[in-house]
Design a protein around this ligand. Structure first.
Ligand SMILES: [Zn+2]
Length: 230
């Protein structure tokens, strides 16, 4: 394999989780293929995220959430050898943003954890949600739960934090592997998607918002790709 990005991916058994797949023949599989096709055709990402006429919003959102989880998990997997207890004792996005983990099990109160620990819990938690038939039903005709979008908002906010940490603390590694374009495209796609359907609060998006022109950009904190202001 000559592509350093792929090589890295396949060496990372530890963080390389099996992909959640869509069953062929189901409506959601068709939607997934359709979403992929518009991306492969080079369609403008901003247009590609729009709900196709006649499709159900929840189906469209479900397909994207699973797809983003698979892609972002893979991106983190490529840099995870450089994200350790030593390098990242606190899960953060620069000095200004610190993220604390909270769940319904061990960490009932928001708890400061190292980035690798936090990422592990985050990926596990999302995996449980998207494999839960009651939240992400796979059979056609099974309705989504009433709180579906609420769960999705939480998943996407947490996935966004992976981008924050990777961009601010591990962008050198991404650049070194030559995968900036790949990561930037994934981030743009994600950003347009959450904006299109209002799935993440603007405040939560702040760590990667474009710096004002007066501020000098810091070489250690590279800016994410230019995006239109929210
Ligand atoms: Zn890290």
């Amino acid at each position: 394999m000559s592509n350093p990005f792929l090589k890295q991916v396949f060496n990372k058994d530890k963080t390389f989780r099996p992909k959640r797949k869509f069953e062929p023949g189901t409506q959601r599989f068709e939607l997934h293929k359709r979403a992929q096709a518009s991306l492969n055709a080079g369609l403008d990402l901003k247009l590609a995220v729009q709900l196709p006429t006649g499709e159900e919003l929840n189906d469209w959102v479900a397909v994207h959430v699973v797809d983003f989880f698979n892609r972002i998990n893979l991106i983190y997997g490529t840099i995870s050898d450089g994200c350790t207890e030593q390098s990242c004792p606190i899960m953060s996005g620069g000095p200004k943003y610190e993220y604390r983990w909270q769940d319904e099990h061990k960490f009932r109160k928001p708890t400061a954890l190292s980035a690798p620990r936090y990422m592990d819990l985050l990926m596990d938690w999302i995996e449980v949600q998207i494999n839960n038939e009651d939240i992400f039903p796979t059979s056609v005709g099974t309705p989504f739960p009433k709180n579906f979008l609420q769960v999705v908002r939480k998943i996407l906010s947490r996935l966004f934090r992976v981008f924050v940490h990777v961009y601010i603390h591990h962008f050198d590694r991404i650049a070194q592997m030559g995968s900036e374009a790949h990561v930037n495209t994934c981030y743009k796609h994600f950003y347009y998607f959450v904006k299109e359907f209002g799935l993440i609060d603007t405040k939560e998006l702040e760590p990667l918002s474009i710096p004002s022109p007066q501020k000098k950009s810091c070489p250690h904190h590279p800016s994410p790709p230019s995006l239109p202001s929210p």
